[in-house]
Design a protein around this ligand. Structure first.
Ligand SMILES: [Zn+2]
Length: 258
C-alpha cells in the first residue's frame, strides 16, 4: 500500500486520503491530506465568508440543473438523516419560514389561491382526513372556536346562510338519523313510548325555562363509532346543547354526562 506524508499534520496516510488533481493528463496528489484540506478550507471560509457565499450563489445559478440533481441524489442517499435535519431546521426557523411563505403567498394572491385549491383537490380524501384529525386535537378545538367566533363577528348571518344553502344536506341527515333511531329501537310498551315522549317534552320545557338549548341525547350513541346504542327510554338523557355537541359520536363509560 502506497502511503504519503501530509505536509500539514505530518502523518503518513494512504494515497486515497489525499485529494488529487490532473496535471498534463497525469494524476497528482496534493501535499496535504483530505482532513487537513477540509480544515484549511474551513479557516479560509471563516475569513472570506461573504465572498464564498457570493461565489457559491453564482455557481449555483449557472449550474442550476446539475446542482439540483446532485442535491436530490445526496438527499436520497441519506434520507433519514436529511429528514431529521430538515425537521430540526424547520423547528429552529419556523417563524422565518412562515413569514417567507406568507410574503410569497401575498405577492399574487389569486395565483396562490388557485395553486392551493389545486393541491387540495389533487389529494382531497387525504386532506379531508387530515383536517378532521386536526379539529379533534386540543389545539384544533381552540382554533375551531376561534374561527367560529370570527365568522359570527364578520357575518352574523353566516350560519343561517350556510344552512339555507345546504338545506338538503341537513334534511337528509336528520332523515337518516330518524331512520337509524327506528332501526335501533326495539318493541316498546305503550308506557315506555310515553316515557320517551315525556323526555323530549322535558327537553323543550327546559329550553324555554333556561333560554339555553337542551337536547335529548343517546347515552350510548345510536350512530357510535364502534358501538350502537338503542333508541329506548333508558338510553336517553337531556343535555344542554354545548355539552351534547362536545360528545359527538364517542362513547366513553367514564364520560357519561349525568
Ligand atoms: Zn494532514
Amino acid at each position: 500500500m502506497q502511503t504519503k506524508i501530509c505536509s500539514k499534520c505530518e502523518q503518513a496516510k494512504e494515497l486515497a486520503c489525499f485529494p488529487f488533481y490532473k496535471y498534463k493528463g497525469e494524476k497528482k496528489h496534493k501535499a496535504h491530506c483530505k482532513d487537513c484540506q477540509r480544515e484549511l478550507y474551513r479557516e479560509w471560509y471563516e475569513k472570506n465568508e461573504e465572498y464564498a457565499k457570493e461565489k457559491r450563489k453564482e455557481y449555483v445559478e449557472k449550474n442550476r440543473e446539475e446542482v439540483s440533481k446532485k442535491r436530490k441524489a445526496a438527499y436520497r442517499e441519506n434520507i433519514e438523516e436529511m429528514r431529521k435535519r430538515d425537521r430540526e431546521s424547520y423547528r429552529r426557523n419556523r417563524d422565518k419560514i412562515i413569514a417567507r411563505h406568507k410574503r410569497k403567498y401575498e405577492e399574487d394572491i389569486e395565483k396562490s389561491r388557485a395553486y392551493a385549491r389545486k393541491r387540495y383537490w389533487d389529494n382531497v380524501e387525504e386532506n379531508r382526513k387530515r383536517a378532521r384529525d386536526y379539529w379533534k386535537t386540543p389545539e384544533g378545538e381552540v382554533k375551531r372556536k376561534e374561527l367560529y367566533q370570527r365568522r359570527c363577528e364578520n357575518d352574523p348571518e353566516h350560519f343561517k346562510k350556510y344552512y339555507a344553502k345546504n338545506k338538503d344536506r341537513y334534511r337528509e341527515h336528520s332523515a337518516r338519523r330518524r331512520w337509524l333511531e327506528k332501526k335501533a329501537s326495539i318493541n316498546l310498551t305503550e308506557e315506555q313510548i310515553q316515557q320517551m315522549r315525556d323526555i323530549y317534552w322535558l327537553a323543550r320545557d327546559l329550553t324555554t325555562i333556561h333560554g339555553e338549548q337542551y337536547e335529548v341525547d343517546h347515552i350510548i350513541p345510536v350512530k357510535g363509532k364502534d358501538i350502537c346504542g338503542l333508541h329506548v327510554p333508558w338510553n336517553l338523557q337531556i343535555l344542554p346543547r354545548h355539552l351534547n355537541r362536545q360528545k359527538t359520536n364517542r362513547y366513553n363509560a367514564d364520560e357519561v354526562f349525568c
